[in-house]
Design a protein around this ligand. Structure first.
Ligand SMILES: Nc1ncnc2c1ncn2[C@@H]1O[C@H](COP(=O)(O)OP(=O)(O)OP(=O)(O)O)[C@@H](O)[C@H]1O
Ligand SMILES: [Mg+2]
Length: 281
């Protein structure tokens, strides 16, 4: 790890960034990345300046989800700082911008945390209302590194209503409470499947799980997103739902979740902040 990524207590490593929000879960594959990108786009739609940091060093996915062409690299300024790549109206930074797509990340823990520190501290975000961080699954080194490197406004916990995912969601909540990161709310993903043909609803992964966890930890259910082929197809095509069709039923759920998240941040800080600055790009 280079000297430049050594952080001293009190350093403001993200000047200009007002709120850092982690999108996290205990279990893998529950839809963090899909949620993170749609939430980021939802906030931008409401006029906020938004950045999206892919903190999944081993399996970065945001480049694909934002439709950034393979091989596009961030510009480097002053031989040290990455300039985030703009896509769909937000700024983004991901390990996938720095490595070959076909190179598997076989790093040991300390190397991965070093790499995360480096993209965290050496990206010039400029002025941002929100930096949404797409976290890898689990409650390990990367989570600790984040909490120790930057001041975090709060975490959004993504879970499916399945018992095993809920158990892991609880672990994630407990971990964030240990490192004094407030939970802004729970987002239940894949909560209900709606049949395209007949409209019948089935609770494939169970029901009510998210709302129960939210109640137990005295936090809010920000949204319940259905298991929807549209969500998967759009994100896979590099145009997540909120960008593909901002007024669709699904996009409106993400946008409502974004507003509730903003409210939760405002409530924590005691006073509503001046919301968003108008930006012209
Ligand atoms: N609500 C949904 N409906 C249908 N498919 C979804 C939904 N949410 C996510 N998916 C799909 O599920 C898969 C996993 O989602 P995603 O990559 O966002 O999960 P993740 O929690 O970030 O995974 P990982 O733990 O590996 O980082 C993707 O193929 C995504 O398109
Ligand atoms: Mg992911």
């Amino acid at each position: 790890m280079s000297q430049s990524s050594v952080i001293n207590a009190g350093d403001n490593v993200l000047p200009g960034v007002k709120n850092v929000v982690l999108v996290a879960s205990g279990k893998g594959g529950v839809g963090k990345s899909t949620t993170a990108v749609n939430l980021a786009l939802a906030l931008a739609k409401d006029g906020a300046q938004v950045g999206l940091l892919d903190a999944d060093i081993y399996g970065p996915s945001q480049g694909l989800m934002l439709g950034v062409p393979e091989g596009q690299r961030p510009r480097v300024e002053d031989q040290k700082y990455f300039v985030p790549i703009k896509a769909l109206g937000i700024k983004s930074m991901s390990m996938s911008y720095l490595v070959d797509e076909n190179t598997p990340m076989v790093w040991r823990g300390p190397m991965a945390t070093g790499a995360l520190r480096q993209i965290l501290t050496q990206t010039r975000w400029g002025e941002l209302d929100y930096l949404i961080v797409d976290m890898p699954p689990g409650t390990g080194d990367i989570q600790l590194t984040m909490s120790q490197t930057v001041s975090v406004a709060g975490a959004v916990i993504v879970t499916t209503p399945q018992d095993i995912a809920l158990l892991d969601a609880r672990k994630a909540i407990e971990m964030f409470s240990k490192v004094s990161i407030p939970v802004l709310g729970i987002l239940e993903n894949m909560s209900v499947h709606i049949c395209r043909e007949c409209g019948a609803q089935s609770h494939i992964f169970g029901s009510e799980g998210g709302v129960n966890v939210a109640r137990q930890y005295n936090t809010e259910l920000l949204a319940a997103l259905p298991l929807s082929i549209e969500i998967r197809e759009q994100v896979d095509a590099g145009k997540p739902s909120v960008a593909a069709d901002p007024e669709s039923e699904i996009s409106l759920i993400y946008r409502e979740a974004g507003r509730k998240m903003v409210e939760a941040i405002d409530n924590l800080s005691g006073e509503p902040k001046p919301r968003f600055s108008v930006h012209d790009d």
